[in-house]
Design a protein around this ligand. Structure first.
Ligand code: PGA
Length: 248
């Protein structure tokens, strides 16, 4: 059985020095990894963290990238350069990118294709907001996001994408979906992948849950057979909290 995946999304938190201290803290508290671990720090920390992360068998991921490898795009970060410095993953489609930076499905799709072309693994975030959940249109909404974001991703590449179901109303709010709701969404996502890529690939694709995962509730999500891991924001920033999660 494959290990479950834990992804830490640090968002815009921690300086380079703080990022390195955090890794040293993990090193002192870790004896063998029960989970596959990915840390997504701010871009500026990636390079500095690489050697120690390798030693600890922790993969590094970026929180975003651009849809071109180089050129006159002031302030953007190249997926080619990210892969070159040793990032293995990139988070794309996060609701904060969609909301604050107006990234739509088309843009996210272009970023996904470019990231895959550069051999990065993609953590694609999808999820409904509170109104859609209230109106019970969340499944249709998420499937639509998948259709847009996965446009022209081929069968050879689909397993290099991990789908993170992150209801927007659950991110940073302390609210979470019930196990039943998480299971229902995961199974609808699998159905969609099955229709588009066949049963075999659908059975292999990983689905994560994200949104207010904490040391109090993470076990509930990791115990679900249809959920292959968790994406943690706030609760991954505090060393003690994070160690508690990854070591139990
Ligand atoms: P949260 O964030 O765990 O703080 O809710 C999760 C995310 O946005 O990826």
């Amino acid at each position: 059985m494959r290990k479950k995946l834990i992804v830490a999304n640090w968002k815009m938190n921690k300086s380079v020095e703080e990022s390195l201290e955090f890794l040293s803290g993990i090193e002192q508290n870790l004896s063998g990894l029960k989970y596959d671990l990915v840390i997504c720090p701010p871009f500026i920390s990636l390079f500095a963290m690489k050697a120690k992360a390798d030693k600890l068998k922790i993969s590094l991921g970026a929180q975003n990238c651009f849809y071109e490898n180089s050129g006159a795009y002031t302030g953007e970060v190249s997926p080619h350069a990210l892969a070159d410095l040793g990032a293995r993953y990139v988070i794309l489609g996060h609701s904060e990118r969609r909301n604050y930076f107006h990234e739509n499905g088309k843009v996210i799709n272009k970023k996904i294709l470019k990231a895959l072309e550069n051999n990065l693994k993609v953590i694609l975030c999808v999820g409904e907001d509170a109104l859609q959940r209230h109106e019970r249109t969340e499944i249709e909404f998420v499937i639509n996001q998948l259709k847009e974001c996965l446009h022209s991703v081929n069968s050879e590449d689909i397993l290099r994408i991990t789908i993170a179901y992150e209801p927007v109303w659950a991110i940073g709010t302390g609210k979470i979906v019930s196990s039943k709701e998480a299971q229902e969404m995961a199974s609808k996502i699998k159905d969609f992948i099955s229709q588009s890529y066949g049963n075999f690939l659908s059975s292999k694709i990983s689905i994560l849950y994200g949104g207010s995962v904490s040391k109090e509730n993470y076990k509930e999500f990791l115990s679900l057979s249809c959920i292959d891991g968790i994406l943690i924001g706030g609760a991954s920033l505090d060393l003690k909290n994070f160690i508690d999660i990854i070591t139990h």
